[in-house]
Design a protein. Structure first.
Length: 298
């Protein structure tokens, strides 16, 4: 891949902090915003070329060539706002389109998230509105069915996770008319009783991809990366159906990568031969092509 790969500002800061333990996130963010503003105002490198914002933030104003000494970027990160639609060279666009349609076909329900994971950004200016809208719904949500009442009662009071409680959760999860805001509220509170339900479900069926997905969502509101890794690894070891294994490995990767874990790398080490080994090897080669940008080189 030649050219820059667009990276969101948040992603960039996160990755930078991961590689530079002592760095101050606010300072890095301010430096990127400063370089972005400079670029918008037409500031250029001393040699006359446009600024490379990602590099300028940490190395002082300069273009890619002057900062790195390399002629052309090759999968190097650039803050998406500075990419000007020059995200990919022409040669790449067909691959990119194929990749996008592949993702939409394979992930019809959550293709937006999947696309974001490979670097797309949705240019709507209403993420906060959406968040507020959700918060409002969650605030007014009340249980409407017997099963929802049982579930909420458990979530509020706790106790042992009985089969009935687990069934109430699963029923709600798979119902076409599920009371999403009601349940989402407990995810956002990182409610320990909700976590107990998920863990009970996984104890019964350790390779259930939906419960693992739920646990991943839960982990967004609780710090439990180690546990999440443990459950996904266990599921990958136990799953015997190779197609399901492949999907689990991809979910594992997608659901932990933003937190700094390289699941495919670990799986390649874990499964060095056999069909599972071939699957993870292939996945890691395909996915690496698109995520090189996250390895910020300074
Ligand atoms: Zn220059």
């Amino acid at each position: 891949m030649s050219g820059f790969v667009p990276v969101r500002l948040n992603q960039f800061v996160k990755q930078y902090l991961r590689n530079h333990k002592g760095a101050d996130g606010d300072e890095v963010r301010a430096a990127v915003e400063d370089a972005l503003a400079a670029r918008r105002q037409g500031v250029r490198c001393a040699c006359g070329k446009p600024l490379w914002v990602a590099g300028s933030a940490v190395a002082g104003y300069g273009c890619f060539t002057c900062i790195t000494g390399s002629a052309e970027p090759d999968g190097d990160p650039e803050i998406d706002e500075a990419c000007d639609g020059l995200f990919f060279e022409k040669d790449d666009s067909e691959d990119r389109i194929a990749q996008v349609s592949e993702i939409i076909k394979n992930h019809p329900h959550d293709y937006r998230e999947r696309l974001e994971e490979i670097g797309f950004e949705w240019r709507d200016d209403e993420p906060d509105l959406l968040y507020e809208e959700e918060a409002k719904e969650e605030y007014v949500a009340v249980p409407e069915t017997e099963s929802q009442r049982r579930l909420v009662n458990f979530l509020d009071t706790g106790g042992p996770v009985t089969r009935k409680v687990l069934d109430a959760y699963l029923e709600e999860r798979y119902s076409e008319t599920s009371n999403l805001p009601l349940i989402r509220r407990y995810f956002k509170q990182a409610n320990p009783n909700l976590k107990a339900i998920l863990l009970k479900g996984l104890a019964d069926d350790p390779t259930d991809p939906d419960l693992l997905d739920d646990l991943s969502y839960f982990s967004e509101f609780d710090s439990m990366l180690g546990e999440l890794i443990h459950f996904y690894t266990d599921a990958c070891l136990k799953e015997t159906d190779i197609e399901r294994f492949s999907l689990l490995a991809q979910d594992f990767h997608m659901n932990t990568y933003d937190q700094g874990y390289d699941a495919l790398h670990e799986l390649v080490t874990l499964f060095q031969s056999g069909t599972k080994g071939a699957v993870v090897q292939q996945l890691s080669e395909t996915i690496d092509d698109f995520e090189g940008a996250e390895d910020i080189p300074f």
